[in-house]
Design a binder for this molecule. Structure first.
Ligand SMILES: [Cu+2]
Length: 182
């Protein structure tokens, strides 16, 4: 795992037990900005489901997610270009969100797709949580806005280098990112 190469891009992936206290600790501490969320639905014959919440905090985007039904271990986790999860294999979501036309890469590097995020890590029960902040993504009306795009989870780990998508395999869940209440 290399989830902390730079603090600037770090997204901490924590266990279920730790997530509750971390969420509680953060509540009310930060100025509320625009919010969005994606409800993940199973694709490619999986039983993966979950919710990903986004909130603008200063220049960053806070990401909080709970996902169930995964196989234990790491799974590629990205923002994809199209807000269309209609295909049975989620290929309708198109490729990684990449407004700067960069190569796919590690989420801690500048040379990467804006939509590249750290792998999810599912526990032995197939549950994963995410609590952290990412840069390069917004909920605004600018080129880096992820509003009405999609979140995709893959069957396999993202190796953070293979082009164009980290060799992370089938798309096992997909959800369109929609505006949520403040
Ligand atoms: Cu992906």
């Amino acid at each position: 795992m290399q989830t902390n190469r730079t603090l600037d891009h770090a997204v901490r992936i924590v266990g279920i037990a730790a997530a509750g206290s971390l969420l509680a600790a953060c509540a009310g501490m930060e100025a509320a900005g625009p919010r969005a969320s994606a409800t993940l639905e199973p694709r490619s014959g999986s039983s993966v489901s979950g919710t990903v919440n986004f909130q603008t905090v200063g220049q960053k985007l806070r990401v909080e997610a709970r996902i169930a039904g995964l196989t234990p271990g790491e799974h590629g986790f990205h923002v994809h270009e199209a807000g269309d999860c209609s295909a049975a294999d989620a290929t309708s979501a198109k490729g990684h969100f990449n407004p700067a036309a960069k190569p796919h890469g590690h989420h801690g590097d500048a040379e990467r797709h804006a939509g590249d995020m750290p792998n999810l890590v599912a526990d032995s029960q197939g549950n994963a949580t995410v609590s952290g902040e990412v840069s390069m993504l917004t909920l605004g009306s600018d080129a880096n806005s992820i509003m009405n795009r999609s979140v995709v989870i893959h069957a396999d780990p993202d190796d953070y280098k293979s082009q164009p998508a980290g060799n992370s395999g089938k798309r096992v869940a997909c959800g369109v990112i929609r505006a949520a209440g403040r």
